[in-house]
Design a protein around this ligand. Structure first.
Ligand SMILES: Nc1nc2c(ncn2[C@@H]2O[C@H](COP(=O)(O)OP(=O)(O)O)[C@@H](O)[C@H]2O)c(=O)[nH]1
Ligand SMILES: [Mg+2]
Length: 297
């Protein structure tokens, strides 16, 4: 991370990092200091529960003199934030089968394109499956990304059921000698039961067609939606077992703290962050770099 990404996510850092850096210049670790720290964390969308817990623990360490100045406090906060992010165990980011889920507009298709390009540049043979068959434009969008990324895309017939497209796409995968398949899906808002049924059906088809290969289900979460994105995550978290979260649109928001809320609430690891519409605007998530960037100008 660091460097060029920091430029791209200016808003995340411009507000939060500047303010927190000037807060740490103070030497009085008094009530006012903690009120301001707590406000900063809340504005960055770290979430009420997590913020309260952090503040209580930090205050305790100040009162028992484990922390004696603002430098030590910053170090401690950095450590605590990193610990939260590293809590859920994380698989490698290069799984053979990735099923992308998430509500409409949260950035699935865009991420699939960027990720495919990255894998391709690593010398992998990648197949995309257009599982969003509800809108012709969705298939078109994925096909354009496939062209840009220079990877193959499997597209079903018009109005073909997504599960059946995935079935055929899996056949193409096993016959074509691919290293990775990334399945793009639709993100229709629906009831939990319907969503559960639909995702289960897709998973069953993949498991049956490609036995023995693990399937990683990743959820895209739109950082611009702030705390509302937690509600999105909640529906998917209840409907299926998630292996990872991709946080999108970090470039358009000062809400870099959303990653802490997501992990604290769902215990699902963050796999990637996305910060723009360009093909290279993703980065594999690294807890240490992320926290460091947030807390240091
Ligand atoms: N600024 C910004 N826009 C993004 C990002 N990811 C996706 N978008 C835009 O968000 C919109 C919805 O993205 P799309 O991939 O179609 O979402 P999907 O419906 O989940 O497949 C599109 O206009 C994308 O260009 C991002 O990281 N940053
Ligand atoms: Mg899409």
């Amino acid at each position: 991370m660091l460097g060029f990404i920091k430029d791209k996510i200016k808003k995340v850092y411009a507000g939060f990092t500047k303010k927190i850096s000037s807060l740490f210049l103070r030497n009085q670790l008094d009530e006012e200091f903690f009120t301001e720290l707590s406000n900063l964390l809340l504005v960055a969308d770290v979430g009420v529960k997590t913020t309260e817990r952090l503040i209580v623990q930090l205050k305790e360490q100040v009162s028992n003199k484990t922390i004696e100045n603002s430098d030590q406090l910053r170090e401690q906060l950095e450590q605590m934030l990193q610990t939260i992010l590293e809590k859920p165990s994380r698989q490698a980011a290069t799984q053979p089968i990735i099923l992308m889920v998430g509500i409409n507009g949260s950035g699935k298709t865009t991420f699939v394109g960027k990720f495919a390009s990255r894998l391709k540049k690593q010398g992998k043979k990648v197949l995309l499956i257009a599982g969003d068959t509800f809108r012709a434009a969705a298939t078109q969008q994925l096909a354009e990304w496939a062209t840009r990324a220079e990877v193959e895309v499997f597209i079903g017939r018009e109005n073909q059921d997504p599960a059946s497209v995935i079935f055929d796409g899996c056949t193409r995968f096993s016959q074509g000698g691919f290293d990775h398949v990334i399945i793009d899906t639709a993100g229709r808002l629906q009831t939990k039961t319907n969503l559960m049924r639909e995702l289960e059906k897709m998973r069953k088809i993949i498991d049956r067609q490609l036995p023995g290969l693990p399937v990683a289900t990743w959820l895209t979460v739109d950082a611009m939606l702030g705390q509302n994105s937690l509600r999105q995550a909640e529906v998917f978290h209840e409907a299926t077992s998630l292996d990872g979260v991709v946080v999108t649109k970090l470039d358009g928001t000062g809400k870099g703290g959303i990653v802490f809320s997501i992990i604290d609430q769902f215990n699902v690891p963050i796999m990637f962050v996305a910060f723009g519409e360009g093909i290279e605007d993703i980065s594999e998530f690294n807890a240490r770099d992320y926290v460091h960037d947030l807390l240091h100008e």
